[in-house]
Write a protein that binds this ligand. Sequence first.
Ligand SMILES: Nc1ncnc2c1ncn2[C@@H]1O[C@H](COP(=O)(O)OP(=O)(O)OP(=O)(O)O)[C@@H](O)[C@H]1O
Ligand SMILES: [Mg+2]
Length: 332
Amino acid sequence: MSEPILRVENLVKYFPVRTGILVKRTIGHVKAVDGVSFDLMPGETLGVVGESGCGKSTLAQVLMRLEEPTSGLATFEGRDIFALRGSGLRKLRREIQIVLQDPYTSLNPRMTVGDIVGEPFEIHTEVAPKGSRAAKVRELLDVVGLNPEHINRYPHQFSGGQRQRIGIARALALRPKVIICDEPVSALDVSIQAQVMNLLGELQKEFGLSYVFIAHDLSVVRHLSTRVAVMYLGKIVEMGTEEEIYEHPSHPYTQALLSAVPVADPALRGQRQVIRLEGDVPSPLDPPSGCRFRTRCWKAQDICAEQEPELITRAGGHLSACHFAEEKTVVP
Ligand SMILES: Nc1ncnc2c1ncn2[C@@H]1O[C@H](COP(=O)(O)OP(=O)(O)OP(=O)(O)O)[C@@H](O)[C@H]1O
Ligand SMILES: [Mg+2]
């Protein structure tokens, strides 16, 4: 077995909430990420799914060293991400890239496409000497399916899907090993979403990339994901192979998310139980005691308020944090 390229252990990120005009007092913490662990294997895609506010982007920001963690450990190819400084951190910034959700606000409107895609070379001059940059940028535009002749155009001259391709070209510029995709297709039309997803799949094969693929909808990540982690209020509540999560979900939250995924086959549509989640996600400032999902869960009993369920291996071999999930069947 090969080693994970990215390993995350018990990662925590709390944002202090302060009040007062002259003297600031901390009155609480937003528990955005609250003890997340996972491994990412080389060449694999880990889908990370959950409703708005459950901490997906914060997780991405901390792994990119754009936010400092409150506690926990993360390693990239065995190197401690949070201990990196200077040249080590610069190297990490080449090897892990991020693609963001909104192709309308994440590209500088006053820069040409060539300057946007080539900007990483300004910082990492060792990757492309000045004379070779334009050729490299053209090559990148071609790789993501854009016309290299459009190198001098501005972002507003492109459609949403094309802009996201610009963002992807930029992320590829430094030949990264891992790309964190933070809802890269959520702002796009459904027909365009499929094209961008296909592109990401092709690039993954061509360049041997590993992806952490964030989405709020389980249907988006299915075809690209090797494994899926379902997050709720800062925690992973279920994680397993694509097949386990979609065919045998064991956590009520995953079951509810899946029941919201449209079914193409009309014969199957009638059979499926529709689960409507009541109410909103509780505040991450003051999450419910015990199981955080219990306030919206139809299976909840007294134990759920008293004891936090552990994320442990269940039937089928995947992880689930629910007092009422089926236990792993022990093969003698
Ligand atoms: N810089 C910050 N300061 C304070 N609170 C923050 C900060 N960034 C995020 N949060 C809070 O942390 C929680 C998690 O936010 P985050 O953006 O990670 O969620 P998300 O899962 O990415 O949601 P979405 O699907 O809407 O993108 C939210 O309650 C959010 O308000
Ligand atoms: Mg987000």
